[in-house]
Design a binder for this molecule. Structure first.
Ligand code: COA
Ligand code: NAP
Length: 275
């Protein structure tokens, strides 16, 4: 992919970078010439991604398998990245888990699982990266979701977790700003072909309704999100910090309305049929 941004000699780390949106972000930084490191739970996905990053044009690429819920493993992973590549210029933190479920039907552990991956995972990643960040100059991007500010039925766990992620973004942009570290969130809307979109729109009918509700009239592409991450991490964005940038085709302006209602209806029908 042609890119207007140059990340030659920059070290970029993408956590959860082995599939979907985050992998596309990692590949876009690779195409812009960066040294790219990715991490996720599956060693197979990590290995496959490293090969793809090398083909995409990365100066060099590496990957580590860890679970963001394990703070110690995350810290060891970042130490290994620093040893191989030196200071980190760009950190993208995007590991997440989601499933639609009504709060009344969800176990406490189900709720906690999403909090542990999305919210605790984010703070584990940011704290582990902190000693290794280039200062001044580092850019951190947390990958958030519309659930951060739009309530969706069947998404209480994700809404709580992603709202927390964006508040971490805002707070740490102040705490780390004086060191020259920028912290922003990027909020993908519904992104075509991804695991997240498949889970929230499990049938063609729901997908059609959902697409209709987006003011720009189409689902997003992974590259739409990746382009925003390249810009936010570039020198051209050097005065942008503490912001939550929606890349959502104006979905936010319309709210969760019919999509949330449709999901609530489907989940209530499924729940009733089990009783
Ligand atoms: N509805 C209700 N509860 C569910 C559920 C669903 N669809 N899927 C999982 N859970 C519950 C489990 O029953 C379990 O609770 P319990 O111990 O009380 O039974 C809890 O959630 C944890 O499930 P488990 O399968 O052990 O978690 P995991 O750590 O192996 O996997 C998930 C985490 C569930 C988030 C899994 O879907 C995942 O790995 N997702 C990553 C990919 C993804 O979600 N991509 C989209 C990103 S937007
Ligand atoms: P995806 O393909 O499922 O990607 C999730 C990534 O996170 C994978 O690389 C996965 O790899 C990793 N991961 C999951 N749990 C992990 C854990 N506990 N520890 C370490 N890594 C873990 O999902 P996606 O749909 O592209 O979503 C990517 C991001 O965009 C998420 O933050 C999501 O909330 C956000 N988002 C997506 C959409 C959308 O339309 N898809 C909309 C809004 C926001 P392993 O399985 O190997 O761990």
């Amino acid at each position: 992919m042609a890119t207007v941004f140059d990340f030659n000699n920059k070290t970029v780390v993408v956590i959860g970078g082995t599939s979907g949106i985050n992998r596309s972000i990692a590949e876009s930084f690779a195409a812009a010439g960066a040294r790219v490191a990715v991490a996720s739970r599956s060693q197979d996905k990590v290995d496959d991604t490293v090969t793809a990053l090398e083909s995409a044009g990365a100066q060099t690429a590496m990957g580590i398998a860890f679970d963001v819920r394990d703070a110690m493993a995350v810290a060891e992973g970042f130490a290994a990245i620093q040893e191989a590549y030196g200071e980190i210029d760009v950190l993208v933190s995007g590991a997440a888990g989601n499933f639609p479920a009504l709060a009344a039907d969800m176990s406490v552990n189900a709720f906690k699982t999403v909090i542990d991956i999305d919210l605790m995972g984010t703070i584990h990643v940011m704290k582990a990266a902190y000693p290794h960040l280039k200062r001044p100059g580092a850019s951190i991007i947390n990958i958030s979701a519309p659930q951060s500010y739009l309530p969706y039925e069947g998404q209480a766990h994700v809404c709580a977790a992603k709202a927390g992620v964006d508040q971490i973004t805002r707070t740490l942009s102040m705490e780390w700003g004086l060191e020259g570290i920028r912290v922003n969130s990027v909020v993908p809307g519904f992104i075509d072909g991804t695991e997240g979109a498949k889970r929230l729109a499990p049938s063609p009918e729901v997908l059609k309704g959902l697409t209709r509700s987006i003011p720009l009239g189409r689902l997003g592409a992974c590259e739409d999100v990746a382009n925003a991450c390249l810009f936010l991490s570039s020198d051209q964005a050097s005065y942008i910090s503490g912001t939550v940038l929606a890349v959502d085709g104006a979905l936010y302006q319309r709210g969760s309305g019919s999509t949330g209602e449709m999901m609530g209806h489907m989940l209530r029908a499924a729940s009733a049929s089990k009783k």
